[in-house]
Design a protein around this ligand. Structure first.
Ligand SMILES: Nc1ncnc2c1ncn2[C@@H]1O[C@H](COP(=O)(O)OP(=O)(O)OP(=O)(O)O)[C@@H](O)[C@H]1O
Ligand SMILES: [Mg+2]
Length: 345
């Protein structure tokens, strides 16, 4: 699916429409948008009230006639029209004016590893609605690998793990292409959900969404591995009375609760390794796994992987923006075509 570097170099902007965040790179200007993929809509008039950060803050706090919608779900654009309206607002007048001046506007987008034709179509339609005459698609795994500076073009294996909100994608890359890959439908959202459900069941406490992160931090100390503090105080709302209440939460129990989604990720890594030719597995044992994506920042996730796989595990410098930065690198022509894509001409 990945477009040739020659075509990518002709693109003017690149978009990573994620389940959690939308990111846009404009050639020559860099990363211009990094905002939540959310829009608040007035359901009576259909008018857009807010997008991005503002819309996200409104979640759960709106009157009946305002709804916060997420046009991207599970890594796929599910509401093309809303995604276009959201992108237009996020880009702002100035950037849109610059892009409109291009005689034949070209865009690039990254799509999840095994995106089906319908999902690819939706990504293309979204950008065509923004004025693009041509849209190039790039596999997120390749974009992210380029974005974190992995030597993808060499004949050595590298393993990348894109930890997104809706999914985790794992791949072994060699010579600029994917050798084996797996997409696991478990990401940061599933981990957050497991924590919220645990508190609801065990402590009859409703946890506001912004309190999930502090609890994750308490799990660390040394993370999902059992070296952190034994318990931590969490504020929430009683399920029955609706009143504010705080409880001492046993961190070991929360750690157990998030094992289910994390085990699914480990299974995926195992499958990729089993499918990988033995010569490449030897390279991987030395080089280890590179983690990118926002959920790579989940405290202690890297340590857990290190213990479970026995391999070295690294987190990219800015894991959350690797995919869009990788697209940017390709747009700016900072990779020689012969290095990454020998057959492209
Ligand atoms: N510091 C952090 N600690 C733990 N989790 C984090 C942190 N920062 C971001 N996340 C999680 O990372 C996820 C967002 O990651 P990312 O921005 O890569 O998602 P996305 O690209 O929108 O999703 P996808 O690629 O699955 O469509 C969210 O689930 C968020 O909870
Ligand atoms: Mg992503």
């Amino acid at each position: 699916m990945t477009a040739s570097l020659e075509q990518l170099r002709r693109c003017h902007f690149a978009v990573d429409l994620g389940a959690a965040r939308t990111r846009v790179y404009v050639k020559g200007a860099g990363l211009v948008v990094d905002q939540p993929s959310a829009a608040a809509v007035n359901t009576r008039t259909g008018a857009l009230i807010a997008v991005g950060e503002f819309a996200e803050k409104m979640t759960g706090r709106t009157p009946d006639y305002i709804r916060v919608v997420r046009p991207v779900s599970g890594g796929t654009v599910v509401d093309i029209e809303m995604a276009q309206r959201m992108l237009r607002h996020l880009l702002g007048d100035k950037v849109r004016r610059t892009l409109r001046r291009k005689p034949r506007l070209r865009a690039a987008a990254c799509t999840p590893h095994d995106a089906d034709p319908l999902a690819q179509r939706a990504a293309i339609e979204t950008l065509v609605g923004l004025g693009a005459r041509r849209v190039e698609l790039v596999d997120t795994l390749i974009a992210a690998a380029v974005g974190c500076g992995l030597p993808v073009e060499r004949p050595e294996a590298t393993m990348i793990m894109v930890c997104g909100a809706a999914a985790t994608q794992v791949a072994v890359l060699s010579l600029g292409s994917i050798v084996t890959a797996e997409r696991i439908a478990v990401g940061g959202e599933a981990v957050d959900h497991a924590i919220v459900q645990h508190l609801r069941h065990e402590h009859e406490l409703v946890l506001p969404s912004q309190s999930v992160r502090p609890l994750q931090l308490a799990l660390s100390g040394n993370g999902l591995t059992p070296h952190g503090p034994a318990s931590t105080e969490i504020h929430g709302r009683d399920v029955a009375t609706g009143l504010a209440r705080s409880v001492q939460v046993d961190t070991a129990a929360v750690r157990d609760a998030i094992q289910t989604p994390l085990t699914a990720v480990l299974d995926g890594i195992g499958k990729v390794l089993r499918d990988c030719p033995p010569d490449l597995v030897a390279d991987l044992a030395d080089r280890g796994i590179m983690m990118v994506g926002g959920s790579a920042l989940l405290p202690g996730f890297d340590q857990m992987l290190r213990e479970a796989t026995g391999m070295p595990v690294h987190i990219a410098e800015r894991p959350d923006v690797c995919a869009v930065q990788g697209l940017g690198t390709m747009l700016e022509g900072k990779i020689e075509p012969l290095e990454l894509d020998p057959l492209a001409t």
